[in-house]
Every structure is written in structure tokens, then in C-alpha cells.
Design a binder for this molecule. Sequence first.
Ligand code: GLA
Length: 500
Amino acid sequence: MRFGNVSTLALLAAAVAIAAGPTGSWTAQLPGGRSGSSRQIVLALDATGAQLKGYVKTAQYEDLIVEGKINGNEISFVGERQSGNGQRVNYTAVMNGDELKLSIPGRQGTREVEFRRTSTEVPPPLPPKVNLPEPKPVRANGLAKTPPMGWNSWNKFHGQVNDQVVRQIADAMASNGMRDAGYLYVNIDDTWEGQRDAQGNIQSNSKFPNMKALADYVHSKGLKLGIYSSPGPKTCAGFEGSYQHEEQDAKTYAAWGIDYLKYDWCSAGRVYTPSSMQGAYAKMGEALLTSGRHIVFSLCQYGWQDVGEWGAKVGGNLWRTTGDISDRWEAMSRIGFDNQLGREKYAGPGHWNDPDMLEIGNGGMSDTEYRTHMSLWCLLAAPLLAGNDLRDVKPDILQILDNKEVIAIDQDKLGKQGVRVAKDGDVEVWARPLADGGHAVGLFNRGASAAKVTAKWSDIGIQGSHKVRDLWAHSDLGKISNEYSADMPSHGVVMLRIAK
Ligand code: GLA
């Protein structure tokens, strides 16, 4: 039977949709973004009167609805991320029959995503999560006695990294002085992963036809190869993770000749309770130890759950302390100056705080700002992983990355992370003690206009007269008593080495 142009079936479906209210399962496709892989997002709603339960689920995360309201065709709810950090996300939606527009807040602003209803049934609950006990300490692997140095593909290439890019980067590092300055690891970040074979072995995707051959090539250049995975079923870009394949993957990496693993929490909160985080990392820490190869273990879980307290115990050589850096002064300076305070007690030979990879040379900051970025990371005893396109690097950028006197501060054998010793408005002085009894000192002007900055010997814990060298000007300043002052441009740095 037809009423005008509308079939009975369509009318019936509309009636069911209205009767069901928002209850049911809804799906949408999210565009891929930088990683290039699009992802499905499921919205599961169970409405009783004005009350709402359910969840939002992607391959990467689950947000459990902890508060929800329905007001006519408008819905609002709070999702608690099942990730291990208790993050809460405020969602709003407008429903129209079997269509629904959801506003999803995110770091890049709010996105409007169109959903279609796939069922009016009450959706199944989220599956229960695995709960791992607190792990036994993992034996230290003896690696990374100084902070790891190298390159990582993510900041510049995102999903565009491939075998050829990695080879060309290795060529560049071997010939442009970077390898000789200490940059050894060539690290492939997310998006290399393919499917597992019938035995469950992870395979690389078509961008990386032969990982073993690539490792051989990188090794032939006197460099080392790094790779990336997740303790969850999926990586942050939606590729295959190591969940339930930890030992097998560690053995595969070893067989390929991998020297470094970045292990990114990503979707792990979908399968593990928050208190399982240490256990999930320890699993891979153990697996790497027994893989038959020396592999640096880099934890990436954005600094959650006081990772400094346990990162080394699960076998970590370094652990991220924050969310992702970006190529902007605000992001870099917030992470470098503000988010590292108080973490110095966790750093030392073999185990380092990681304020994220370098953005030097990616174009979003001035050379002055990139010098500040480099100086600060070296004072922080941070891993130095260049994140730019080294195949095509301007000489002034190379000079920043290759400044051996500044790198020597980062790689100082004492391994003591620097601290802020003075702050006056936008002006800061940072210092770290060095193995030879001297000190490295950074004078920083974070302000928008030029300023005079003074480093007082008493703030650094020294007295009297000392030989001082300017590590960016590469010049000796002579013997200086009590303090050193410099007029500095906005966002500038002066980096000094004060002799014993
Ligand atoms: C997370 C990490 C980044 C990068 C991406 C890859 O966001 O913090 O450093 O590895 O995942 O998907």
C-alpha cells in the first residue's frame, strides 16, 4: 500500500524509530585525518524516559555514558573514557528519526558527525575488561645509558611514511653529520602495520614490503631501526596492535632486526581496566627482554598514572610525560617549561622522561624558537628524536640539530635532568649539574618582547669565579663571577657551560 510517495514500510520504520526514541545502535564513519585510515564509530543508546545509558565506541576508545539527558529530539551526555586517565567528554546530539548528528569535542575543535541507526534493539553492554595484577619488576635491559637520539617519522610524515622515505632518511643522517653527532635510531611510527598471517605473525603493510631488508639497509649505514605498536588491539591510527601477541611480536621484531619499540597505549583502555596499565607494559617489557635482541623500550601513555613512578619498573627506557607535541611555540613551550617540573627525580641513566619528539625544522616556529626547543630538551636530558624531513633540511636547521656542544649537555654521563632554578615573570633560568663538576645553564625569555635575563651563580648552587662558554655562539666568555646577564629577544635562549 502507498500513501502518496511514501511506502508503508518507510512509514512503519519511522513509527518504530519514534517509538524507540534514541534507543538502538547508531554508526558513522570518521574520516581518516593525518593517519589516512577512516574509522567506524558506534553510538549505543538505551533510553528510559529522560534517562540515557550506553556508550560511544571506536577501534581506539570507549566512552561509557555516565550522565545523560533527553529533551525532545535533543540529547546530551557525558562519556567517561575507559582509557586509564578518567577523561570525560561532553557530547550533544540532535536526533531526527533514524538520523542523528553528534557533536564530538576534541583537541582540534568540535566535530559534527552524522550517524544512521542500524538497530532499534537495546544495545549489548560493553564487554568486561581484563584486569592484570601489579606486575613483578622487569629487569633493566642495560640500554639507553644516555637519552636515545635519532629520528621518528610521525611529526612530519604521519601516515605517509614508507620504506623509501626511511631509507632516504637513513642516507641523509649518515651523510649530513647527524649520525656522527649521535643520532642513531631511525624510528618508524604508526601506520607500518599490516594483517597477521594464519599463525598470528604480524606483517608489515604494502608501504613496507620487507622489514628485515629495511633493517639490514639501515644497519649498513651504521644506524638502528625502531618500530611502533600498542598494548591494545589497535594502534592510535587504527592499525593492528600487539594485544595478546606480545611475545610473538617481540620475537618478530627481533628477527627483523628492530632496535627500538615505541609502545603506545591507544586502544588498550578498551580491553584493560585502568589499573592494568603497568601489567600491560610489563608484558611487553618482559617479551622484549627474552626476544633475543637488545631493544630500547619507549612507553607512550601520555604521562598518565604518574608513569615516572613505575616506568622503569616495567622495563621502560623512556616514557612520554604529556600528550602530543605540535609545531607551535605555545605547545612546545608548555610541554618543555611547564609540564616537566618535578619530574627530574625519575630520570637517570637507562630511564628518561620523554617530553615528546622534536619539531625543529617543521616550519611552525622561528629558528630562535627552535634553538630554545633544542636547548630546553638538552637541559631536560630528553630523548632527541628529530621529527622533520631530513632529506631536505636547511643549513640553519641542521646547525641547530647538530650543535655538538649542546648535544653534549643532553648526553652528559651523569644523567641528571635539569631544573628551573629561577623565574621572574616570563624570564626563566634552568640548570643541570654535569659529570665533570661543571653546570649547564639556560637563560630563557618566554615573553613576547625583548628582555634582560640574569643567571645568578647562587641560584645554580655555585660560588666565585668560573670559566663560562656560550654554546650557541661557540665562544669562551672568560672567567665570570657571581652572575651572567644577557639581553635576549622574545622566545630566545642563551645556553652556557660553566666550568667547575
Ligand atoms: C599517538 C602518539 C603519537 C603518535 C601517534 C600515532 O598520538 O602520542 O606520538 O605515535 O599516536 O598514531
